[in-house]
Structure formats: C-alpha cells, structure tokens
Design a protein around this ligand. Structure first.
Ligand SMILES: Cc1cc2nc3c(=O)[nH]c(=O)nc-3n(C[C@H](O)[C@H](O)[C@H](O)COP(=O)(O)OP(=O)(O)OC[C@H]3O[C@@H](n4cnc5c(N)ncnc54)[C@H](O)[C@@H]3O)c2cc1C
Length: 427
C-alpha cells in the first residue's frame, strides 16, 4: 500500500511517523514544494534574528527519514485525480497512491490590494518568504507590516531586530482585540510602542506603491497617509491552503471538508492540520484549527484512520501561547472578548493586573465554574489549567490552589496574595 502525504509540516510528518510505527510495511511518501526536510515553522523568526540556524530548526536528523523508510519528494502537487488515484507534481510528474493525506497547511491572506505583487511585498509563512525578506534586508531602512495578528507582531520584531524602522498597520482599535480582551490588547499595544514600533490603529492598507523598477517603496493607508517602506509584510491572517483540491472532486469550504475522522468526501482521501475544516453538524461552526499542537494531534489521529481505524478527533481544550516581544502570552480554554465584554449573561471574568502593567491573569467563568485562563507576562502549567477546566473547578477552588499552576514558583511567592486580593472577594 502506498500512502502519499502532501505537505511536510508538523501534520504531515506526525502522520508519517505514526504510520511507520503502526505499519512497518506500508510505502510512505511525503511531498513538499517548500523544503526537502521538515522544519519548525514557529522558529522562522529566530532564524532571521540570528538565534538559530535553519539547520537548528529541523527536529529530525536528515538520516531519520532514510532509517524509517519514509520517502521525501520535493515538488509542488499541481493536480489530484481521485478516479485514477494519481497526483501530478510540477505539472508533469505523475505519482500513484492508494491512500492520500492532504496536509497543505495555510496560506497568507491577500485581499487584492493594488501593488500586492510588487517586488519586496511578501507574506511571512514559508522559507521562500524568509528568503524574500533576507534579499530585501541589506540596507533596508523602513518597512510596513499589515495586520495585527501573531505573525504580524513577530515580523515587526524581526525587522526591528535589524534596526529597520517599522510601521505596523492594524485595522482594529487595539492590537489583536478580536482575540485578546481589551485590557490585555492594550497591554500589548504599550509593549509594541515601547519597543519603538510605529503602531497605527484603526487604519487599513489601501495601496502599495512601487518605484519605476516595480519594487515597493511605500504604502498608503485609509487615512491617506503615505508611509515609506522598502519591504511590506502582508500578515492579515491566514486561510486554509486548498488550492491543490481544485477540480479534484474533493469538497472544500473554507478548508478541505472532513468529518471527525478526518476523511474527505472521497474514499481513501484524508485531510488534516491547518488546511482541514472539520464539519460539526451538532454545533454552530465548522472547526479550523491553525496551530502547531492541533496539527500534531490531527496527524496522530489521521495516521490511525489511514490504516483503517475510526478514531475521532475532538478539539479538546484550546491552548495557545506566543511572545509579544518580551511579553509572554498563554491562553487556555474559552477566553473570547466578545462574550466577556458584551456581558452575554453567561461568561464573567476576574482580572488581576500587576502595577507594572506587564503581567496579568484573567480567569473566565460561567456561573462560578472556570472555563478559561488568559495570562500575560506569567506562565501557568498546561496540565493543571487543562485539568481545572476539564473538571469544571470553581473559581474558589482555583484561587485556593493557584500555586499548583505556577510555572515559576518565584511568581506565586510575590503575586499570589495580590491575585487573591484582586479576585478573591469577587468569586
Ligand atoms: C511565522 C509563523 C509562526 C508561527 N508560530 C506559531 C507558534 O508559536 N505556535 C503555534 O502553535 N503555531 C504557530 N504557527 C502556526 C503553525 O506553524 C501552523 O499551525 C503549523 O505549521 C501547521 O502545520 P501543517 O503541517 O498543517 O501545515 P504547514 O506547516 O503549513 O505545512 C504544509 C506544507 O505543505 C506544503 N504544500 C502546500 N501545498 C503544497 C502543494 N501543492 N504541493 C506540495 N507541497 C505543498 C507547504 O509548502 C508546507 O511545507 C506559526 C506560523 C507561522 C507562519
């Protein structure tokens, strides 16, 4: 049996590793147009900033793939024929498969801005994007980053680390306030400004301006301001990369549509990771999860199902973490600013902010039962927070046992009492 996997990101390689563990005989091929080997995408910024080399970002030695008899093929899949069970690489190289996994990840959003194809305009997703930025970097004085999400702020930090004057254009009234509650969003805004980034809120990109050589030189925003920029980073979110499914008969919506077993509508064709849209007939919205650990988990589940199991993927308790310059961020569970700030009558939250304005803890609860944690500048233990949410612990319980969650016991020694004082009475 030949199992072909399109994509060598965390989802594709996790699936391949688990397939090999379970089936010593199957022929396994991973295809990628981006790179010969799997590398850690979240480490992209550290390569540019000189903290790591590209080689350091590879979690497995190159010989690992040979030893485990996982074939690596470099090339872009340009079409899939589900009747013949064949795909085509780079428009001309056919490859037969018995089972197929689509793990093509995400692609940066582009909204048809004038000038978006100029030289020096790029998303920040792939090795090729990093190479574009590297090519532009010598002598680069100013840059604009469009979009205030996690990748946007990373790109701003990358540029800033090389002394490039950087303007960050954010459509919202505060950084990432569709995801962060107001106080935390404001905290990040303060950090961005303190780092010397020119943060412009409530504004949108309207045009990217090129010079006579077809190279970017400025952007214009919705206030009519012209901002000089020798590089423009387009980081206004990502969407599932479903291009490969065109004309294949594989159903797509926002992503590649799959059931909870990560099966598409076509027999023997599966999809997982960032590119997959899991249909949830019982709930309001289909599930698209575009983070590292969910890709890994889906890779494990889909490997079982490729070999005939019927294992279901369930999203589990949401977790994400990031760094906004030096400010660490963690979220567990349900911390949705829309429900918190609109006071939907269900979600309530308790907030502690350190007097420095650089640390905070928010506990979200429904009727006194904890459903989420949002942490800025401090870290809690994943397992503990997850268990508390899973077990529907009360706010009182959590506050009494807060120390168990502390990643750094130093922190609780100094702030545990303050948190209790700020939250204790209100629970
Ligand atoms: C800069 C950056 C920082 C991030 N930081 C974090 C973080 O800190 N924490 C976190 O949880 N998540 C982070 N993410 C998100 C995380 O990297 C993704 O969720 C994860 O990589 C998704 O894995 P995947 O395997 O589904 O897809 P991907 O990693 O996108 O891999 C898909 C692969 O498929 C290949 N491919 C696509 N189409 C084709 C085709 N037609 N033919 C051949 N190959 C194809 C692509 O080139 C790519 O190599 C970050 C993302 C970026 C861009």
């Amino acid at each position: 049996m030949h199992i072909a996997i399109i994509g060598n990101g965390i989802t594709g390689v996790t699936a391949a590793r688990n397939l090999r563990k379970r089936d010593p005989k199957a022929r396994i091929t991973i295809i990628s147009g981006e790179s010969d080997h799997h590398w850690s995408r979240p480490a992209l910024m550290y390569v540019y900033m000189g903290h790591m080399t590209y080689q350091d970002t590879k979690p497995y030695e190159d010989r690992f793939w040979v030893k485990n008899r996982i074939d690596l093929v470099r090339g872009w899949v340009t079409s899939i024929d589900t009747e013949k069970k064949q795909l085509v690489l780079d428009g001309s190289r056919p490859m037969d498969w018995d089972k197929l996994l689509i793990a093509t990840g995400s692609t940066p959003n582009r909204f048809g801005w004038p000038g978006q194809d100029l030289d020096g305009v790029s998303g920040m997703y792939s090795i090729q994007d990093l190479e574009t930025l590297e090519r532009r970097s010598p002598g680069l004085k100013s840059a604009a980053v469009v979009g205030g999400g996690l990748i946007g702020i990373e790109l701003a930090e990358m540029l800033h680390s090389r002394g490039v004057h950087t303007t960050l254009l954010v459509r919202e009234s505060a950084y990432w306030n569709g995801v962060l509650p107001n106080e935390e969003a404001e905290m990040v805004c303060q950090v961005i400004k303190a780092e010397g980034i020119d943060l412009r809120l409530n504004t949108e990109l309207t045009e990217i301006v090129g010079d006579e050589h077809g190279s970017v030189c400025a952007v214009v925003d919705s206030n009519g301001d012209r901002i000089e920029a020798g590089f423009v980073g387009l980081t206004a979110g990502v969407r599932p990369n479903i291009q490969v499914c065109a004309d294949s008969g594989i159903e797509t919506g926002r992503g590649v549509l799959v059931d909870r077993q990560l099966r598409t509508n076509v027999p023997d064709v599966f999809a997982a990771g960032d590119c997959a849209e899991i249909e949830r007939h019982d709930e309001q919205r289909n599930l698209i999860q575009a983070v590292w650990y969910t890709g890994r988990r889906q890779g494990e589940v889909v490997a079982e199902n490729l070999l005939g199991a019927s294992t279901e993927y369930h999203g589990g308790i949401w977790f994400n973490s990031a760094k906004f310059f030096d400010l660490e961020y963690q979220v567990y569970g349900d911390v949705n600013p829309r429900s918190i700030h609109t006071l939907d009558g269900e979600h309530e939250s308790l907030l502690w902010v350190h007097e420095s304005g650089r640390q905070s803890l928010r506990i979200v609860h429904i009727g006194g039962r904890v459903v989420g944690f949002n942490l800025m500048g401090i870290r809690f233990r994943h397992r503990v927070c997850e268990a508390w949410i899973h077990e529907h612990k009360t706010v009182d319980y959590v506050l009494q046992h807060l120390r168990e969650a502390a990643f750094d016991p130093e922190f609780t020694r100094w702030h545990g009492a303050d948190i209790l004082a700020a939250m204790g009475g209100a629970s």
